[in-house]
Design a protein around this ligand. Structure first.
Ligand code: AGP
Length: 664
């Protein structure tokens, strides 16, 4: 996935220096979405508001992270004496940070991609164009030459083709929006796009299908004491008030400017011109589709700038690990009923599901869909769902678990499930995301912004939401009431237990120091904590770049045991639950083969799991079995974090990865 960003100031004097800073900061906020190359396009000189063209823009593209781009732009500014003090009363700039899918990270493959010499049309793109080869062949036949290996390059070239053709045919008045509409008609795949063209100075057009895109609006003169004042949706119509518009792949790059946002829907084309916003969408009428204008209201972003800053921490991953007592509290806020005597039992209230619980209970199957960490969270919650949901029948309920709400593979499964009539439930952290919008109902995990590529606090909040889902589904069963009430108590105390386990930070740092030069780490788990083994290993490999594998302990004798010797470090999760005695036996067998063991056990069990003192024990607080994965993952998150720092790797932006995988 990539990050796209744009900044348009209208009737507001802004120095070039400021415009560059806004674009760079936007990219810094989106950098977690992709960080192998970046680029921006800004105006060379001020174009009067209603002029029909302006000089070609300045385009900067660079391989590497955002700071490499910033350095190269600064260098270029010095070399060319570009005036940073020049003031722009209007200006439209676009920016991109890339996670390469088509073509290696290199300036020519970075965005903005161009229509060719003269840069008539420039495009930043997040997503993948699946029919780019066919489009490319056609454009080549019409004399276009291609400079990059990207799928994106066909888009600005197609725009130029459409524009030139309209002009040849005498349609002098073809609008920027019409050009983009025509381009969009030919594109297949997933995309969010922002277009800039010197034929349409001070305008921007954005559109999307599949990939996320938001518009942020900040009015500058309504109320000096509060820059976010925004009267009503009519503001979207043209007026002369000074204002700033921002387009961004996600809210992280918007929140420091404004909280007034519009989540752009699939198929919409958003045109920023003369201080107004017009939105068009394809409308199917009499078998053909034509553009129709759409009325949309702005919404208020529920996010604070502090959420996207590192605060006192060195890295986002570290901050997000330590935030878990608070993120779990917000996940549960208003959803747990503490009960009161015999008349009011302890229970859960999931507002987003209340009208659908009956249907879920009557389902033939409940199927959970998620990738990576979200898959592991679903796996961790599966036993309690099986236990509390009782017999189910009739049609399927499909539950889509995704931190970002934008994962392409999960979305494809969602389409399939919808087409086949399943009730689709979303569990996501991202309000307004594709999964949040395309499911019939759902629960937001409310874990707060998660910026580190490695998912940490979203994982624990996902588990908590799925446990609450199990409680809600099982709430009409008398026989499990005591069990459910114990779980509600466990949930209420869970943030405290996580706070306690976070105190293992130093111990995990020491352990990381011991493991720093190892090639591999195996993690054995079982029952509720098989997911912990998978997720712990995923964290270690993902950020510290050390091989790690989560293994179902019951499989040990069927292969993995061959790896065991006195050198290979092996972590065994053996906290108290129904699988404890089986895990004890695993530890014995590993001891017998002189395995180098790290055992995670419940408080007070260190001596019993390591009778000879030959293994390193990590003691964690004991909680209800179905909540134990929330506690047990924390030391492994800390271990992965410290291993990464000690091994000198980038914690928040691991090699080759991006925060969410929006391409197949
Ligand atoms: C986990 O640390 C990863 N970043 C990754 O496995 C992630 O969980 C997966 O790509 C799914 O993302 P989602 O939750 O946003 O759908």
């Amino acid at each position: 996935m990539c990050g796209i960003f744009a900044y348009l100031n209208f009737h507001a004097n802004k120095e070039r220096r400021h415009i560059l800073e806004v674009l760079f900061n936007g990219l810094r906020r989106l950098e977690y979405r992709g960080y192998d190359s970046a680029g921006i396009a800004i105006d060379d000189s001020l174009s009067p508001l209603h002029s029909t063209s302006s000089p070609p823009p300045l385009v900067f593209r660079q391989a590497g992270n955002i700071e490499s781009l910033v350095n190269s732009v600064n260098q270029e500014i010095t070399n060319t004496d570009l005036n940073l003090d020049e003031v722009f009363y209007f200006h439209a700039g676009i920016a991109h940070t890339r996670w390469a899918t088509h073509g290696e990270p290199a300036p020519r493959n970075s965005h903005p991609q161009s229509s060719g010499p003269g840069d008539d049309f420039l495009v930043v793109h997040n997503g993948v164009i699946t029919n780019y080869e066919v489009l490319k062949e056609t454009l080549v036949r019409h004399g276009f030459t291609f400079d990059s290996d990207t799928d994106t390059e066909v888009i600005p070239k197609l725009a130029k083709f459409v524009f030139d053709k309209a002009n040849e045919e005498g349609e002098q008045t073809v609008t920027f929006c019409e050009v983009v509409f025509e381009v969009m008609r030919h594109l297949e795949g997933a995309y969010a796009l922002i277009f800039k063209s010197w034929h349409y100075p001070n305008e921007l057009v954005a559109c999307k299908r599949g990939s996320p895109l938001l518009l942020g609006v900040k009015e500058l003169d309504q109320d000096k004491s509060n820059n976010h004042v925004f009267k009503d949706a009519h503001f979207l119509s043209k007026n002369d008030h000074p204002k700033e518009f921002f387009l961004s792949s996600d809210p992280h790059a918007l929140v420091e400017h404004t909280k007034k946002v519009l989540v752009i829907e699939d198929g919409e084309v958003v045109h920023l011109k003369d201080g107004g916003v017009s939105i068009l969408k394809f409308e199917r009428r009499n078998g053909s589709s034509r553009p129709a204008s759409v009325e949309r209201a702005l919404s208020v972003l529920e996010m604070e700038v502090e959420q996207i800053n590192k605060g006192k921490y060195d890295h986002y991953m570290q901050k997000e690990i330590h935030e878990q007592p608070e993120s779990l509290t917000t996940t549960m806020r208003g959803r747990l009923i503490r009960g009161g005597g015999s008349r009011k039992p302890k229970a859960v209230l999931l507002g987003g599901l209340k009208d659908h619980l009956k249907t879920i209970r009557r389902s033939r199957r409940i199927v959970f869909i998620g990738c990576g960490t979200s898959y592991n969270a679903a796996l961790a919650s599966r036993p309690i769902l099986e236990e509390l949901s009782g017999p189910i029948y009739r049609e399927d309920t499909a539950v889509f678990v995704s931190q970002s709400g934008e994962t392409a593979d999960t979305l494809l499964a969602l389409e399939y499930a919808r087409e086949n009539g399943a009730l689709c439930v979303g569990i996501t952290n991202t309000v307004g995301s594709s999964i949040a919008r395309k499911t019939h109902c759902g629960v937001h995990i409310n874990a707060g912004a998660e910026i580190g590529v490695a998912s940490t606090k979203a994982y624990t909040s996902q588990i908590v939401v799925m446990v609450m889902l199990a409680l809600a589904i099982g709430s009409d069963t008398i026989s499990s009431q005591t069990r459910r009430e114990a779980i509600v108590d466990g949930l209420l105390d869970l943030p405290n237990k996580v706070r306690e386990v976070l105190k293992l930070d130093e111990e995990m740092k020491d352990l990381a120091q011991l493991l720093i030069d190892e090639q591999s780490l195996l993690v054995f788990g079982r029952g509720y904590n098989y997911a912990t083994a998978l997720e712990g290993a995923l964290k270690v490999k993902e950020v510290s770049l050390m091989h790690s594998e989560g293994i179902l302990a019951g499989e040990m004798k069927h292969g993995p045991l061959a790896l065991v010797d006195e050198n290979l470090p092996i972590a065994v999760i053996a906290t108290r639950d129904a699988c404890f005695s089986k895990q004890q036996s695993v530890i014995q067998q590993l001891h017998a083969r002189k395995g180098r063991l790290i055992v995670m056990c419940s408080k007070g069990d260190a001596a019993s799991v390591s009778s000879s003192g030959s293994c390193r024990a990590i003691e964690v607080p004991q909680v209800e079995d179905c909540l134990q994965p929330v506690v047990n993952i924390v030391p492994l998150q800390l271990l992965a974090y410290h291993l990464t720092v000690l091994r000198g790797h980038n914690v928040d932006q691991p090699r080759n990865l991006a925060k969410s995988v929006t391409t197949q």
